[in-house]
Design a protein around this ligand. Structure first.
Ligand code: ADP
Ligand code: MG
Length: 357
């Protein structure tokens, strides 16, 4: 097991990178403690797999260092780094049985057969593969093959880090939920550092203690799931996390007051910056429909079972509201009340308010 540190890491796939756009990763600095459960979360193409492959040793970064504990492993191969990696699509030996596939990484390490038997059967039970152990892998459905692939990653208990790159892509929704909770349980049991890459916020937020949000090759925010939801430091995080995401509303700042279509908006605390493009960020969950507040018109409303999602318009700007009330008809005039403790100013996409003392 190891603490993982990335120092001034950048990576370009082009031979002669000239500008920022040539870099798939731009100046990444990160330190992950030993035994943690981490997620890398971001949209497709933001550099998640590139980062993971640099940590595992499949790729050598253009610049910067990778350290496991205090040891510089930047130049070491994946084998020398002693990591396990599970990919998006199954990597298994089709001609072998499920048992032999799971046993493979242990046989490679010369673990005695008795020990192998016990460990393989534990992993098979966990992944619900115990009835398939004697079957040849070739004819199994894709989700079972992927479970074998995950099992091969999990079977060794002497690895430094286990890494998963969008491992549930080929798994159907119900099993997805099950496997995700199993992974979390397993992490609590074996306490190996695990890094889980996904573009799916639910997967990231349920699996990880710490989530790193990436956009265009950069780390935008790293924190506990509750921090990312409660106080996004960047509008991208606010909008990407949540369903629907945070409302990002155009505003301008005059005499230290944020104005949204002329309405002054009470914020969580003092404004610390107001350069460039300014926006107000407020989550749909933190807006109430009341009798005084910002006038808006309902565009549509949907009953989502536990709550109601109301889409409104203030002038030309859409504002989503999540309430406990009944769905309102389109055209209904309402007033929006923002919870000031959850209302923030962003300048050039970055948080620009301080928490009130
Ligand atoms: P993600 O895993 O978040 O979807 P990737 O790390 O795969 O993102 O890709 C990051 C960027 O690097 C993308 O712009 C992608 O097109 C580019 N890229 C990825 N792999 C290669 C490669 N082998 N050669 C050239 N460009 C690549
Ligand atoms: Mg990827």
């Amino acid at each position: 097991m190891a603490r993982v540190a990335l120092e001034n890491l950048s990576h370009s796939y082009s031979i002669n990178p000239t500008n920022a756009a040539d870099y798939a990763l731009k100046k990444i600095n990160l330190s992950w403690k030993d035994g943690g459960a981490y997620a890398l979360l971001g949209p497709s193409g933001c550099g998640k797999s590139t980062l993971l492959n640099i940590i595992s040793g499949l790729l050598v970064p253009t610049e910067g260092r990778v350290k496991f504990d205090e040891k510089d492993v930047t130049a070491l191969s994946p084998e020398q780094r002693n990591i396990a990696q599970v990919f998006q699509f199954p990597v298994i030996y089709d001609t072998l049985t499920v048992y032999d596939n799971l046993a493979f990484p242990l046989r490679n390490r010369k673990v005695p057969e008795e020990g192998i038997k016990q460990r393989v059967s534990e992993i098979a039970i966990m992944l619900e593969l115990e009835d398939d152990l004697s079957k040849r892998s070739a004819h199994l459905p894709a989700d079972k093959k992927q479970k074998i692939s995950m099992g091969r990653g999990l079977v060794r208990d002497d690895v430094n880090v286990i890494m998963f790159d969008e491992p549930l892509t080929v798994i159907d929704p119900e099993l997805k939920w099950k496997l995700r909770s199993k992974l979390k349980e397993l992490h609590q049991e074996i306490e190996v550092t695990m890094i889980y890459v996904t573009h799916d916020q639910t997967e990231a937020l349920t699996f990880a203690d710490q989530v790193v949000v990436m956009q265009e090759g950069e780390i935008i925010q790293s924190g506990e799931p509750v921090d990312l939801f409660e106080r996004p430091l960047h509008t991208f995080v606010g909008h990407f996390i949540g369903s629907p995401g945070m409302n990002i509303l155009p505003c301008h700042v005059k005499d230290n007051v944020a104005l949204f279509y002329g309405h002054s908006i009470e914020l969580e605390g003092p404004i610390i910056r107001s350069e460039g493009r300014c926006e107000i960020g407020i989550r749909p969950e933190h807006i109430q429909l009341g009798t005084n507040g910002i006038p808006a018109v309902v565009v549509r409303a949907a009953d989502l079972g536990q709550h109601t999602m109301v889409q409104t318009l203030v002038n030309d700007t859409g504002v989503n509201v999540i309430t406990d009330g009944k769905p309102l008809e389109a055209g209904t005039e309402v007033n929006l009340c923002f919870d000031p403790r959850k209302t923030r100013l962003y300048s050039e996409s970055r948080i620009a308010t301080a928490v009130a003392q």
